[in-house]
Design a protein around this ligand. Structure first.
Ligand SMILES: Nc1ncnc2c1ncn2[C@@H]1O[C@H](COP(=O)(O)OP(=O)(O)OP(=O)(O)O)[C@@H](O)[C@H]1O
Ligand SMILES: [Mg+2]
Length: 280
């Protein structure tokens, strides 16, 4: 509807992740570089960030960048038991048929990992939403998986992605054996004010609009209300476009964004309340 009004050729702030809109500024660019390095070094990597900060987006960009030698097992729903997780990894890495029982399963998986190694392959297991892993025993199993080594180099790399509570959980005493194996722990920051502006400009540009659409004061408000979290930025900007279109406004000023945030707070409640937070 509003695309033509704002000289856009598509919706710039849609909620579905679209690689075409990938913004690799300071924050996400560095995260990507760190993950790439961790994979190269075959380190166990812990990648955390606030809800909506862009963890999944970064991990998909990573997958797009890794060369064909990498055999990627992406686990997006880790509400699994230890055995189920082993089965899933074994299955995705081509263990056939899947043996019954944990011992045989581990044997078969180990054999397969050596085989892949000999073919020049690099298995990489990425667990997204890892804060949902139900039990400690799953982490223990993951640790054992990364224990399968050749000349001290693990045959499998592992990236765990999750919300900040994952980090807290792994800091507990019972998780020490796993936590001590983590080689790279990276926390995805939110965007600062200048990066928020560049992020918005980038999305608008990909959607065909080079001329600024939000006034600097409007961006201030977007930044404060979103706390620099991309998903929140998208939600606010998307609603602002709709409201500006409805009001036949051409450049989005502070008032519109204020109204949008009022609306979102009313409808989404606490999930969207303005939480003033000091910088950094
Ligand atoms: N670097 C980026 N470039 C473009 N868009 C981004 C970027 N980071 C985040 N986004 C946008 O923000 C939305 C939320 O990002 P994403 O789903 O990656 O966050 P998340 O950290 O995985 O969130 P959750 O904790 O809910 O899993 C995405 O749909 C995407 O539209
Ligand atoms: Mg995610």
């Amino acid at each position: 509807v509003y695309e033509t009004h704002f000289a856009l050729n598509r919706r710039p702030f849609s909620k579905t992740p679209d690689p075409a809109f990938l913004y690799t500024g300071v924050v996400h660019g560095e995260a990507l570089a760190r993950l790439e390095m961790a994979v190269d070094e075959r380190e166990i990597c812990l990648f955390t960030g606030e809800i909506g900060a862009g963890k999944t987006t970064v991990s998909r960009a990573l997958i797009d960048r890794l060369d064909v030698r990498h055999r990627i097992v992406l686990v997006v729903n880790p509400r699994l038991s230890a055995v189920q997780l082993l089965e899933l990894v074994a299955d995705r890495l081509g263990v056939k048929p899947l043996p019954r029982g944990k011992v045989k399963l581990l044997d078969a998986l180990t054999a397969r990992l050596f085989e892949i190694f000999q073919e020049g392959g690099l298995p990489l297991v990425i667990v997204d939403e890892a804060h949902l892993i139900p039990s400690k025993s799953v982490f223990e199993e993951l640790r054992l998986l990364t224990n399968i080594q050749l000349d001290d180099a693990p045959l499998l790399s592992l990236i765990l992605i999750g919300q900040p509570e994952l980090r807290t959980r792994l800091g507990r005493v019972g998780y020490a054996s796993f936590a001590q194996r983590i080689g790279v722990a990276y926390h995805l920051a939110s965007l600062d004010r200048p990066e928020t502006e560049r992020y918005i400009a980038h999305r608008l540009q990909v959607a065909g609009r080079a001329v600024p659409l939000f006034s600097p004061a409007a961006i201030d408000v977007v930044y404060r209300a979103s706390r620099g979290i991309p998903r929140r930025i998208n939600t606010i900007c998307q609603s602002a476009l709709l409201m500006a279109y409805g009001n036949e406004v051409d450049v989005i000023g502070q008032e519109i964004v204020d109204d949008v945030i009022q609306d979102l707070t009313t409808h989404l409640g606490r999930a969207f309340a303005m939480e003033p937070r000091s910088h950094g």
